[in-house]
Ligand binder design. Structure first.
Ligand SMILES: Nc1ncnc2c1ncn2[C@@H]1O[C@H](COP(=O)(O)OP(=O)(O)OP(=O)(O)O)[C@@H](O)[C@H]1O
Length: 259
């Protein structure tokens, strides 16, 4: 991960969030999926983005990565307005993501899934190939995947395949990582290990935005949480603040308890 000088508040040296959306609105015909959503992800933190089904979380992610054009509002990466930039340009600026539906090469090994991502990101010189092998080994160790490195993704449990997606995203040297329901399909133990991994990655300087229905996980690892309901932000703050917010409790009644 490229290092950026940090302040004690976890912001980059300029005090600018690594990722910011300002007043994002997304309309699909007459339906407003996201309404004036402003969120920030700081360096060295995990920020949660939660809300009931259909609240607009994935649509907001798609807007951040450039897959979805906003009807209104702007997206900034480290203070730079990227609203009209193509997804690959945002990726080059340090933005990476995982998808709700696994988007891995199932018939390739775990190691090769990482290599492919690293190959695309780097040039083909011998020096870079050596770096690529070393980085693949480092990330297999860091993410706890070394024991399944040689197995095809189709032969490992879904919960661990989710970690492969994260490791693959890390091969692009991101500064900001967007995770869309990464714990879905994980066992309790896998989620425990995953929580540790997220905390370690953030401690290393990464800014992580976590969309997740596993609220205990969100409450455990996030320092800030944004809550969407019917496309609008109804609360933003610490886990403690969000957990006790009457609007959040009301939004979750009938779906699942706020952890
Ligand atoms: N391409 C699209 N065209 C029309 N409507 C869409 C489109 N994508 C999403 N929507 C609608 O926008 C709203 C927000 O959807 P979105 O998938 O962003 O929610 P979400 O919070 O990610 O939900 P979940 O937790 O179930 O994944 C929903 O009402 C959805 O049906």
């Amino acid at each position: 991960m490229p290092s950026i000088e940090s302040t004690s508040s976890g912001e980059s040296s300029t005090g600018t969030p690594l990722l910011e959306t300002r007043g994002i609105t997304v309309r699909f015909g007459g339906h407003t999926a996201v309404k004036e959503a402003s969120i920030a992800v700081e360096r060295g933190t995990v920020t949660g983005l939660i809300g009931p089904n259909g609240a607009g979380k994935t649509t907001l992610f798609n807007t951040v990565t450039g897959l979805q054009k906003p009807s209104e509002g702007k997206v900034f990466i480290d203070g730079v307005d990227v609203t009209s930039k193509a997804p690959y340009k945002r990726a080059r600026m340090g933005l990476a993501r995982t998808f709700q539906r696994l988007e891995l090469f199932l018939s390739l090994s775990v190691r090769d899934n990482l290599r492919v991502a690293g190959d695309i990101h780097r040039t083909g010189s011998r020096r870079h190939r050596k770096d690529l092998e070393a980085e693949t080994d480092r990330l297999l160790e860091l993410t706890g995947l070394a024991d399944v490195a040689g197995k095809d993704v189709s032969d490992i449990p879904t919960g661990r395949a989710r970690v492969v997606e994260v490791a693959r995203a890390l091969m692009t040297d991101p500064r900001v990582l967007l995770l869309d329901e990464p714990a879905s399909g994980q066992t309790e133990k896998e989620t425990e290990d995953f929580a540790d991994l997220l905390v370690r990655l953030a401690a290393d300087g990464l800014g992580i935005c976590l969309v997740e229905h596993d609220l205990p996980l969100v409450m455990k690892v996030c320092s800030q949480i944004h809550v969407l309901d019917y496309g609008a932000l109804i609360a933003s703050g610490t886990p403690e603040h969000v957990r006790n917010d009457p609007a959040v409790i009301a939004a979750y009644i009938g779906t699942e308890a706020v952890a």
